[in-house]
Design a protein around this ligand. Structure first.
Ligand SMILES: Cc1ncc(COP(=O)(O)O)c(C=O)c1O
Length: 418
């Protein structure tokens, strides 16, 4: 089984995509570009202007936005309002750090929370490579959770880590439409996890990158909105809802950390100080553009994302239908989930799918898919792939899934012959 270090995954995929440009990529977890024409240079300039003229103290000078800006950000009030409206997170502007995307929010939190050599970050297995990469970059030790029931795995890990003389300090989760699995953590499990984390004093880093892309009905409250213990830090981003190019996200702290206002304040200061050494401040121009769009949308992005939501829902449906048709002969052998939102679906195969398999699929079948093993700490995911349906058209999805089906059929028949 040929595998890759998680840090090499992104390079590998970019190289494959540029080496085989005709292959359809179900690997990239990007937002669709079909709606980027809503963000023409003129529209971006209008948003900037709208933000400038919104200041209660009179129009903001462009010079103020071109200068270095406040480290904690210039639009925390607008972001807090949007998080309150769209996600019911009780965000307070003074405790919300505007970051260069969710990735910076994650890095800052990991480095500031897990600062001691014995501090451990718990993560699901598989999980978002960017979280593992951020932990490595900050030299934070990681602890992959066992598969199965999440609260049970957290409890077990906390006890084992404690016995080993270490401290389970933080837990990274993507409760809504997980990257890479597409799965959702149920409301009951979210509440159980908060109780456990309260008991073990573990801070939850709740990554909500995909939360607003809910296709099938009632959203579950974010963990940050259920948190009565002061243990959930909410990480958010405009990369998927507006566009990744703005590089604007946020870390929203609870009012206290486990009931302590002092601890919360000292974490806040540590985050701001660290940010001042890393990116100084998030681009004020980009914040102003996001701010103008938020003002235009009355601090709710639900209408704005509706066209994208429809694209992703249609794509998910086409992917599911094609998978059902293509893999019908392999019922009980090939399995998949039915993501209720987000960008990703997980497909289980009856054979290992590694780097060589990615190359074979790209060259011989014209489709690029992501081995789930790329997101894993061990070989437990070697027989799964992640299929992304966000940045492709319905036609590309059916062509690519059918092509992947031919590859799977060949692999299964090769196995039968062997
Ligand atoms: C789960 C998750 N978190 C964070 C990010 C990074 O987001 P940003 O562009 O805001 O840094 C991604 C990007 O794909 C992601 O999938």
């Amino acid at each position: 089984m040929v595998s890759l270090a998680q840090s090499d995954v992104m390079n590998f995929l970019n190289e494959i995509a540029s080496e085989y440009p005709e292959a359809i990529s179900l690997a990239a977890g990007r937002p669709t570009e079909r709606l980027f024409d809503r963000l023409s240079p003129q529209r971006l300039a209008e948003a900037l202007g709208e933000y400038q003229s919104s200041s209660a103290k009179g129009p903001l000078r462009i010079d103020d936005l071109l200068q270095y800006g406040r480290t904690a950000g210039v639009i925390p009030d607008l972001i807090a309002a949007q998080l309150r409206t769209d996600q019911m997170v009780a965000a307070r502007p003074n405790e919300l750090l505007v970051t260069s995307g969710c990735q910076e929010a994650l890095m800052l939190c990991l480095a500031s929370i897990c600062g001691e050599p014995n501090d451990i970050l718990l993560l699901p297995n598989p999980t978002y490579v960017g979280a593992v990469g951020a932990a490595q970059a900050c030299q934070v030790r990681t602890w992959p959770l066992e598969p199965g029931d999440l609260p049970e795995a957290i409890e077990k890990a906390a006890v084992q880590i404690g016995k080993a003389g270490r401290v389970p300090k933080a837990l990274y989760l993507i409760p809504d439409f997980d990257n890479p699995t597409g799965n959702v953590i149920s409301e009951a499990k979210r509440r159980e996890i908060i109780e456990l984390c309260k008991r073990h004093r573990i801070l939850v880093l709740e990554d909500s990158a995909y939360s607003l892309f809910n296709f099938d009905g009632q959203s579950i409250l974010p963990m940050a909105a259920m948190d009565d213990a002061g243990c959930v830090i909410h990480l958010s981003t405009y990369s998927k809802t507006i566009c990744p190019g703005v590089r604007v996200g946020a870390a929203t702290l609870p009012e206290t950390l486990f009931g302590s206002r002092d601890d919360q304040l000292s974490l806040w200061k540590a985050l701001v100080q660290r940010k001042s050494y890393i990116t100084v401040n998030t681009s004020s121009i980009c914040q102003a553009i996001v701010g103008g769009l938020l003002l235009d949308q009355k601090c709710s992005l639900l209408n704005w994302i509706d066209p994208a939501l429809r694209v992703y829902r249609t794509n998910r449906d086409v992917m599911l239908k094609t998978i059902e048709r293509t893999f019908a002969p392999y019922a009980g052998v090939v399995g998949w989930n039915r993501p209720a939102g987000g960008f990703f679906l997980a497909l289980d195969l009856p054979f290992d799918f590694d780097v060589d398999a990615v190359v074979e699929c790209a060259t011989e079948y014209g489709v690029i898919v992501m081995p789930m093993a790329f997101f894993a700490f061990d070989d437990s995911q070697s027989r799964s792939v992640r299929l992304s349906f966000s940045a492709v058209t319905p036609d590309q999805i059916s062509t690519a899934v059918e092509a992947f089906g031919r590859y799977v059929a060949t692999r299964i028949s090769r196995r039968a012959v062997a």
